[in-house]
Design a protein around this ligand. Structure first.
Ligand code: PHE
Length: 358
């Protein structure tokens, strides 16, 4: 037995008995750490005779290497045992599909995208942004827009009424269109006025082409000597830029809105091939917006003189514009928060159309 046998034996037994990686690490430090039992013996070697140095040094170093190897093997085994134990106790389903990267990187909702496109075009055409509240009173949503009480147009709008406080006789409404922003703007400052107002609107209606909440954008230009030709030019220009199609034809079809006179609904030409709509070609027509010259009564309700002013207004449904431009078949899917739908129809920040008006 060499002088070190007892030390060697106790080291080997301790490694064998270490039950987990923490105890094993403690054993390693105890024998091979900076001040470990074997390290101390190794340090002592330098003070021995050359003969002893040779034999004892060799023994110590050989044993140190054997012990290190044993510790490493033991460590691997303990690690594997720990992983096995975790796999048995912690549940994980490796067959579960991972989250789709393109959804994680996020997409712009088509409504946001379309509003931004409309805002950038109307802004570049010289109109400023305006807004009004979603909860309106009867005066702004109806009366000042020349829709008197008992007028059939009030029924046409399928209004959501909200009880207002007891002092007020009239109920509030969720605005049925963005046209009340016309009134708010005319009341706020005298013309010239050139504004657009995108926002949420509400009607008590739900089917493939109607949702209780939807979006519109309103336009209003009021100054002196504005005529219907200006209106036609403006909307033709807007539609050609928005639909990115210079061949688009517009049809101004006589219509009725209480707050404009004359009034028109605007259709754009299209064709249908294999269930797909092609804009700017063919003989068919698709309605896209309502418009007209501001009715004299609207000026009067806003304390303005209709003899001195003229102007036009228009209103469009944002979802409708999006469906026609980007081909979504069902209006309701805009609001269902289906990630697969958004992945398909959503937009990337880097993928923006170039919508210059000049
Ligand atoms: N407010 C009308 C609607 O909701 C649209 C419109 C706006 C028509 C402005 C003419 C002028 O249908």
């Amino acid at each position: 037995m060499s002088d070190y046998d007892q030390l060697f034996q106790s080291a080997l037994v301790e490694v064998d008995n270490a039950m987990d990686s923490e105890l094993l690490e403690k054993t390693r430090v105890k024998f091979l750490g900076k001040n470990g039992l074997i390290s101390i013996e190794l340090k002592k070697i330098s003070s021995l005779s050359p003969e002893e140095k040779k034999t004892l040094g060799k023994q110590l170093n050989e044993f140190k290497n054997i012990l290190l190897k044993k510790i490493n093997i033991k460590k691997k085994n303990l690690d594997n045992e720990e992983i096995e134990k975790k796999l048995l106790t912690e549940f994980s389903d490796p067959s579960m599909p991972c989250r789709d990267q393109s959804i994680i990187t996020s997409k712009i909702h088509p409504i946001t995208q379309t509003i931004e496109e409309v805002v950038s075009i109307l802004g570049s055409m010289g109109l400023s942004y305006a807004e009004g509240p979603d909860i309106e009173d009867d005066f702004h949503n109806f009366t000042a827009l020349n829709i008197p009480e008992n007028h059939p147009a009030r029924q046409m709008h399928d209004t959501f009424y909200i009880k207002s406080d007891e002092k007020k006789e009239e109920n509030n409404v969720l605005r049925t269109h963005t046209s009340p922003v016309q009134i708010r703007t005319l009341l706020k400052k005298p013309p010239p006025i050139r504004i657009f107002a995108p926002g949420r609107t509400y009607r008590c209606d739900s089917d493939v082409t109607h949702t209780p909440m939807f979006h519109q954008v309103e336009g209003l230009i009021v100054e002196e000597k504005i005529n219907f030709a200006n209106l036609k030019w403006f909307l033709t220009k807007f539609c050609k830029i928005f639909f990115e199609n210079d061949n688009l034809k517009l049809r101004f079809r006589p219509s009725f809105f209480p707050f404009t006179e004359p009034s028109a609904e605007v259709d754009i030409n299209c064709s249908f091939k294999n269930g797909k709509i092609n804009l700017g070609e063919g003989e068919k027509w698709m309605e896209i917006l309502g418009c007209g010259m501001v009715h004299p009564n609207v000026y009067k309700f806003c304390d303005l003189d209709p003899k001195l002013l003229s102007g036009f207004a228009f209103g469009m449904g944002i979802e409708r514009l999006a469906m026609l431009k980007y081909g979504m078949p069902d209006l309701r899917s805009f609001f269902e928060n289906d990630l697969n739908w958004l992945k398909h129809y959503g937009f990337s920040f880097l993928d923006q159309p170039d919508l210059n008006w000049e």
